[in-house]
Design a binder for this molecule. Structure first.
Ligand SMILES: NC(=O)c1ccc[n+]([C@@H]2O[C@H](COP(=O)([O-])OP(=O)(O)OC[C@H]3O[C@@H](n4cnc5c(N)ncnc54)[C@H](O)[C@@H]3O)[C@@H](O)[C@H]2O)c1
Length: 271
């Protein structure tokens, strides 16, 4: 169902790789709500994924940009304004990658070059995107910027590896930059802390199947899907959440406030 919540708004959506991506579902929902946007991803992801299909479906243009390269982001943000015909109202940062996770390197035996690269891609990129937007004065008043995160920033999930630190960094950047963007332009900056979700990035985490099933059994409302995350993001881009900022917002079916659930206890007391 559409409520036209984003009619007349222009944005940039990072990180739609394939139809499972949270950014993909978000782009579809934003389109349904009347928002216009430019899609972007790393040049290498363009070759692997199917972003063209999404672009056609949503009437969007694609501008490749490696989120670790300031010059790519400058080009993206200039071109996006030209294509969309004005300043930007909403930005989704939906980017994450750890080489240590991908290559199965244990947390206690990290390759620091990989750790460094993962931090750059997953977390520093959020600062970089906002710095370019800020310096170019590319955001409209009362715009909204959202990044996606995971609860391993607060609690221990051993197989999440160095992504835990990347998410802690990302959430901190949301607060710190959110202050400056709020003061300068009334722009809000938040992170959504999402349930485990079966995407390319999600499934890369060791033991993902057990992980997602456990979270589902622990959450009174069950795991939030990528579609749920897209819906939530639409509300944060809309004018209905104008003074929500500097927050880490859980979209997790209640998981983050649970101690234990009956289902999980039952599993441990099974004969
Ligand atoms: N899937 C989950 O379980 C889960 C849970 C909580 C949070 N998240 C977060 O959601 C976000 C989106 O991930 P997803 O689950 O949709 O997986 P995904 O693999 O579909 O998306 C990750 C995206 O990051 C992009 N990317 C990687 N390096 C990049 C670079 N240098 N420049 C630009 N883009 C780059 C990839 O091309 C891809 O499109 C990530 O931040 C992820 O950590 C995912």
């Amino acid at each position: 169902m559409s409520y036209n919540l984003l009619e007349g708004k222009r944005g940039i959506i990072f990180g739609a790789l394939d139809e499972h991506s949270i950014a993909w579902k978000t782009a579809e929902r934003v389109h349904e709500e009347g928002g216009q946007f430019v899609l972007t991803n790393a040049p290498i992801a363009m070759r692997m994924g199917s972003i063209n299909t999404l672009a056609e479906k949503t009437g969007s243009e694609i501008i490749p940009a490696d989120a670790t390269k300031t010059e790519d982001l400058e080009n993206l943000i200039e071109k996006a304004q030209e294509i969309l015909g004005g300043k930007i109202d909403f930005v989704l940062h939906s980017i994450g990658m750890s080489i240590n996770v991908r290559k199965g390197k244990h947390y206690t035996d990290q390759n620091y070059d990989w750790t460094h690269k993962g931090l750059d891609v997953s977390a520093m990129s959020f600062h970089r995107v906002m710095q370019v937007l800020f310096q170019k004065d590319a955001m409209n008043e009362w715009g909204s910027i959202v990044a996606l995160t995971y609860m391993a920033a607060q609690r221990v999930f051993p197989d999440y590896n160095d992504m835990a630190e990347n998410k802690a960094f990302l959430e901190s950047v949301a607060r710190s930059f959110g202050y400056h963007f709020g003061k300068k332009k009334n722009v809000r900056v938040n992170t959504i802390s999402q349930s485990p979700t079966p995407t390319t990035a999600g499934k890369g985490v060791k033991g993902f199947d057990g992980f997602i099933a456990y979270a589902d059994k622990m959450s009174p409302l069950g795991n939030a899907t990528a579609q749920d995350c897209a819906d939530y993001t639409v509300t944060l881009f809309s004018d209905l959440t104008k003074r929500v900022t500097l927050q880490n917002l859980y979209n997790d079916g209640g998981f983050s406030n649970m101690g234990v659930s009956e289902e999980v206890i039952d599993k441990f007391t099974e004969e």
